[in-house]
Design a protein around this ligand. Structure first.
Ligand SMILES: Cc1ncc(COP(=O)(O)O)c(C=O)c1O
Length: 388
């Protein structure tokens, strides 16, 4: 008889309930999923072709652990051109998606018992990554009445002697929130005075609306203690390619790279070459991103209008990413009950908000990663079910 059990660490991690919803939806005919957190666009051809060419040119072996220099140079150029930030290629590590960048940073920085402030509602990977590294996730809440922006008082009330890092994520998954520049400036000024690191997950930087400009956190200060995490997944519709990266103050690169090296050796070599094309072929990338953002913007306005017309459901007009948190409190259903009812009756998949933290219990997340016709049909169905 084997007496051994899985690790205590693993048993502390809540399995994603999103999977449960997808399982429930399995086999339901004609179902519409508003649960998918990835662009419904295909990776543009010029990037695919660069990958094909890279394979023909024998980019089929390991790359340097830290990533190809050409790609790290292209990333450095991007930060200089777009944000006027100066990094060296050696301040960049190319990772297997932003997920691995989060993992590597947490493993390299956290000690047992260190506290990390994580957004609630927030991307459900954050608490898990902190726990994997022996840390303690401490949720800080953002509220609908504040457009899900961060209040300094909330952060101040959660900082203790054990706080090692705060995770910021704008544009945000699942709220779609973007911080106002003045408020973000005040927040960074406040955090800068504290003895804590910042991990800024900026994966949705390109998905921002109403002519707002993305705020890259170190442009406001604290560059010497900020880790930027970014990815090709959402900006270039490349979720399956698994290429992300991190930028860190120079002295943290070696320890973070050690985690990366021991864990994955390197990111997919040919995919890295395709990512050089994504960054350096600026004309094509600008065109692609503009087209994608303009389509998401139309859908954003459409969903906001439809959701606002349904009794007992409400939401704020989001400013970024491709998500809405719908407030469903007035339906009298819990988030889990609402999502289950939508699958079984309306045949529409939504994600219960409590998957993203306690604050989410009165919300469900929807992703507008479907065309307007399907979104329209989904809202017709939601409305019919709620009217029954
Ligand atoms: C906020 C946020 N960060 C990171 C990721 C992971 O991105 P990647 O595909 O680069 O691992 C996601 C994916 O949904 C996300 O929503």
């Amino acid at each position: 008889m084997v007496e051994k059990k899985v690790s205590d660490k693993i048993s502390k991690i809540r399995p994603s309930g999103i999977r449960r919803m997808f399982d429930l939806a399995q086999g339901v005919p004609n179902i519409i999923s508003l649960g998918i957190g990835q662009p419904d666009f295909d990776t543009p051809d010029y990037i695919k072709n660069a990958m094909k060419k890279a394979l023909d040119n024998k980019y089929t072996g390991y790359s340097p652990n830290i990533g190809y220099k050409e790609l790290r140079e292209a990333i450095v150029n991007k930060y200089e051109e777009e944000y006027d930030l100066n990094y060296e290629p050696n301040d960049v590590i190319v990772t297997c998606g932003a997920c691995e960048a989060l993992f590597d940073i947490c493993q390299a920085i956290l000690n047992e018992g260190d506290e990390v402030l994580v957004p609630d509602p927030g991307f459900l990977t954050y608490p898990a990554q902190v726990i994997f590294a022996g840390g303690i996730p401490v949720p800080y809440q953002t509220k609908e009445e504040d457009d899900f922006e961060i209040k300094i008082e909330e952060i101040e009330s959660k900082i203790t002697k054990k706080t090692k890092m705060i995770i910021l994520n704008f544009p945000n998954n699942p709220t779609g929130a973007v911080m106002d520049k003045k408020k973000m400036n005040e927040l960074i000024e406040f955090i800068e005075k504290k003895d804590i690191f910042i991990l800024s997950d900026e994966c949705y930087e390109k998905l921002i609306y109403d002519n707002l400009k993305h705020i890259c956190v170190p442009t406001l200060g604290a560059k010497n203690k900020t880790f930027i995490v970014n990815s090709f997944s959402k900006s270039y519709a490349m979720t399956g390619w698994r290429v992300g990266y991190l930028l860190a103050p120079s002295e943290f690169i070696a320890p973070i790279n050690l985690v990366h090296q021991m864990n994955t050796a390197c990111t997919n070599s040919a995919a890295q070459i395709a990512c050089v094309e994504a960054l350096n072929n600026k004309d094509e990338s600008l065109k692609f991103i503009k087209k994608m953002v303009s389509e998401f913007d139309k859908r954003r306005k459409f969903v906001f209008k439809r959701a606002s017309e349904i009794p007992n459901i409400s939401c704020n007009l989001t400013k970024g990413a491709f998500y809405f948190l719908l407030n469903i409190k007035n339906t009298g259903l819990s988030a889990q009950e609402f999502s289950e009812l939508m699958i079984t009756d309306a045949k529409v998949v939504t994600v219960p908000g409590d998957e993203f933290g306690d604050i989410g219990k009165d919300y469900v997340r929807i992703a507008y990663t479907l065309d307007i016709k399907k979104l329209d049909e989904a809202f017709n169905r939601i409305e019919n079910t709620l009217n029954k």
